[in-house]
Design a protein around this ligand. Structure first.
Ligand code: AMP
Ligand code: GLY
Length: 429
């Protein structure tokens, strides 16, 4: 069997690691790759966005399964192009991935489907958006509707901040075309969690709930990032709550997408706020989360390949289930100097052998590359150190210890990933 991973970050490294465990005899290929993926896959000199060249290559190579990591190629129709070639591809079509690529569309879909989410309005006209801010008052959230790499949502606590956000998006085009349309919505209060659901378009297999840490600084301070770390599972989300998320969120959303002829096959990522009134959708993504994937997949005991293949081939998930290891996983992201702003790259990494070889640790590379026999930084998020242990406290201690032991100039990371859950455990004991 031949498999192609599209993307080259930590999420794709984790997918590659798990799929390789599921099918050690298969041949793996990855676009570009990074400093950690060469042992598992052949690096292709093609970019994830080079859709026609990738589709032609995959057809010529008789690739049996292609798994799409990032949202950009999905929104650009990579799955449509591969399917035109008759290639089994895991990920939603361009039409279905609009649920991530247009927040305005996602809000309208949720409204029609009765899915709980923040009350919102959509604007393209700056005067009307500013009038909305004055009418509603703050706090509120101003969001660029299009893809903005996780940086397009501004939580505003004063009218001045909200008006400035509207101005930057609609008048100054600070977010480019992504900000030509804005969503202004109610600020939700509560704890934020991520639930990733594998879906054939009708049924859903929710994965273990995870929690991302988006702010760069400890104690959730400083600017938003792509995600500085994650852990799974989240004890606040028990079986009953997960069942409610399926019933109130996943299933009606998938139903509404089908009704519109946008059947969603792939992984639907629900970013949820656990409010006093129950779980509400903050955002949908059309792909695996990064770094949630690096915390969730190490706990998946059953095959990932089987459901991914079934979904990609258009088969049903009826009868499929996921089995999980007991215990917890926690991923700490090591970032480069400057991240999430302009980053410096090219700093040499040193990974102690005891860390590299530890059976309870996994290093998922993101922004690294090999250069003249050295491993150097090549991006903002450099790598994630995932520890798997019987308890979250033990996983946290191991992950932090390893994060401290890996060195490169400018390294920074959060030593408090998992703090909410650890406080819950401390209160309970
Ligand atoms: P988004 O780009 O929609 O995922 O938003 C990015 C982040 O902004 C989310 O992960 C939340 O932390 C925050 N956020 C977005 N929408 C809301 C909301 N309605 N209420 C509170 N926080 C929000
Ligand atoms: N961890 C947030 C995301 O993948 O969008």
């Amino acid at each position: 069997m031949k498999l192609l991973l599209v993307g080259h970050g930590g999420r794709e490294h984790a997918l590659l690691w798990k799929l390789h465990r599921d099918a050690p005899e298969a041949d793996f290929f990855i676009t570009r790759g990074n400093g950690g993926t060469a042992d598992l896959a052949t690096h292709l000199p093609l970019d994830p966005g080079d859709i026609p060249a990738l589709a032609d290559w995959a057809l010529a190579q008789h690739i049996d399964l292609t798994v799409i990591g990032p949202e950009g190629p999905l929104a650009d129709g990579i799955v449509d192009a591969f399917e035109r070639h008759g290639l089994a591809t895991f990920g939603p079509t361009r039409a279905a991935s609009t649920i991530e690529a247009s927040k305005a569309y996602a809000k309208e879909l949720m409204r029609r489907a009765g899915v709980p989410t923040a009350a919102s309005e959509v604007f393209q006209d700056p005067d009307a958006a500013e009038a909305c801010v004055r009418r509603r008052g703050t706090p509120l959230v101003v969001k660029a509707s299009g893809l903005a790499a996780g940086k397009g949502a501004l939580v505003c606590d004063s009218p001045e901040a909200a008006l400035a956000a509207v101005r930057s998006m609609l008048r100054e085009q600070a977010f480019g075309t992504a900000g030509r349309e804005v969503v202004i919505e109610e600020k939700l209060e509560g704890e934020e969690i991520s639930v990733l659901g594998l879906t054939d378009g009708q049924r859903v297999l929710p994965m273990l709930p995870a929690q991302d840490h988006k702010r760069v600084g400890e104690g959730d301070t400083g600017p938003n990032t792509g995600g500085m770390g994650a852990y799974a599972p989240v004890s606040r989300v028990d079986g009953a709550l997960l069942e409610r998320v399926s019933r109130e969120i996943f299933l009606p959303t998938l139903h509404a997408l089908r009704e519109e002829g946008r059947r969603f096959r792939g992984v639907l990522y629900a970013g949820l706020m656990l409010t006093e009134a129950g779980p509400k959708v903050v955002e949908f993504n059309a792909r695996f989360g990064d770094p949630e994937t690096q915390a969730v997949l190490p706990l998946l005991r059953s095959s990932l390949l089987e459901p991914l293949l079934a979904i990609a081939r258009g088969d049903t998930l009826a009868g499929s289930r996921l089995e999980w290891e007991p215990g917890a996983a926690l991923a700490t992201v090591l970032a480069s100097a400057g991240y999430p702003g302009a980053v410096r790259t090219g700093d040499e990494l040193t990974i102690p052998t005891a860390v590299a070889r530890a059976p309870d640790l996994l290093l998922f590379h993101a922004g690294t590359r090999r250069e003249d026999g050295r491993l150097v930084t090549a991006g903002g998020r450099v790598l994630a150190v995932t520890a798997v242990a019987p308890t979250l406290a033990a996983a946290a201690a191991r992950s932090r210890e390893a994060a401290a032991a890996i060195s490169f100039a400018g390294k920074h990371y959060r030593g408090d990933i998992g703090w909410r859950e650890l406080e819950r455990h401390a209160r309970a004991s």
